[in-house]
Design a protein around this ligand. Structure first.
Ligand code: PEP
Length: 249
């Protein structure tokens, strides 16, 4: 089995003015955060620099999105280089809200992933099925198609990618996938990656789970062999996030 450091990401989404951000930064810096877990939080774009300057250096910072070009006439967007320039090393791409609210497709997410990696960023790449797709037994078809669109774009850069399996029906709904449901998808995805990339990549890539993770359910999820961490939305705004970071201890 690969040596996969537990990874917990906090996606703040479009939440928090400076007083709230200061409060989150305060509980994150106070921790204590397990040194066995890699922690990366994702503030709204406009606060990337502010948060990076105030957060302890053991906490990574991710943008929630970026464009597929290095610069140019793309009003309202940001480039991977701008994220790096704010001393942030990560970006979340393909989040279900980007796919479903902003209409991003696999091709655009692939192009963004390629550009982010080429510019030295690490990528949290999100995949996941809708409720109707799960009910029609299409979960693996959907997540494999979404992952397939990334393979060529990632190339030799799998070491800089974390895959986040986030069933859309579990995001922000309070409905968590059971540890068994999540483990099943993660294990099948790892087998699929072994066939479609290489055994080494499949064993080493971290596959994290996202969807209503909280302080009460995180330990059972973290105990599963193929769940290598979490991407956390709502609960990342609360001190409970520290408990989720320490779920593996
Ligand atoms: C997310 O936004 O990635 C997420 C998993 O949200 P929540 O934890 O609120 O379901």
């Amino acid at each position: 089995m690969g040596d996969r450091t537990f990874f917990v990401g906090g996606n703040w989404k479009m939440n928090g003015l400076k007083p709230k951000i200061d409060e989150i930064i305060q509980f994150l810096n106070a921790g204590p955060l397990s040194d066995k877990t890699e922690v990366v939080v994702s503030p709204p774009t406009i606060y990337l620099d502010y948060a990076r300057q105030k957060l302890n250096s053991n906490i990574g910072v991710a943008a929630q999105n970026c464009y597929k070009a290095e610069s140019g006439a793309f009003t309202g967007d940001i480039s991977p280089g701008m994220i790096k320039d704010c001393s942030c090393d990560w970006v979340i791409l393909g989040h279900s809200e980007r796919r479903n609210v902003f209409g991003e497709n696999d091709e655009l997410i692939g192009d963004k992933t390629k550009c982010a990696l080429a510019n030295g960023l690490n990528v949290i790449a999100c995949i996941g099925e809708q409720l109707e797709e799960r009910e029609a037994n299409q979960t693996m078809d959907v997540v494999c198609k979404q992952t397939k669109a990334l393979i060529e774009k990632i190339g030799d850069n799998w070491g800089k990618v974390v895959l986040a399996y986030e069933p859309v029906w579990a995001i922000g709904t309070g409905k968590t996938a059971s540890p068994e449901q999540a483990q099943e998808v993660h294990a099948d995805l790892r087998k699929w990656l072994a066939k479609n990339t290489s055994e080494t990549i499949a064993q080493n890539v971290r596959i994290i789970y996202g969807g209503s993770v909280n302080a009460a359910n995180c330990k059972d999820l973290a105990a599963k062999g193929d769940i290598d961490g979490f991407l956390v939305g709502g609960a990342s705004l609360k001190p409970d996030f520290v408990k989720i970071v320490n779920a593996k201890e």
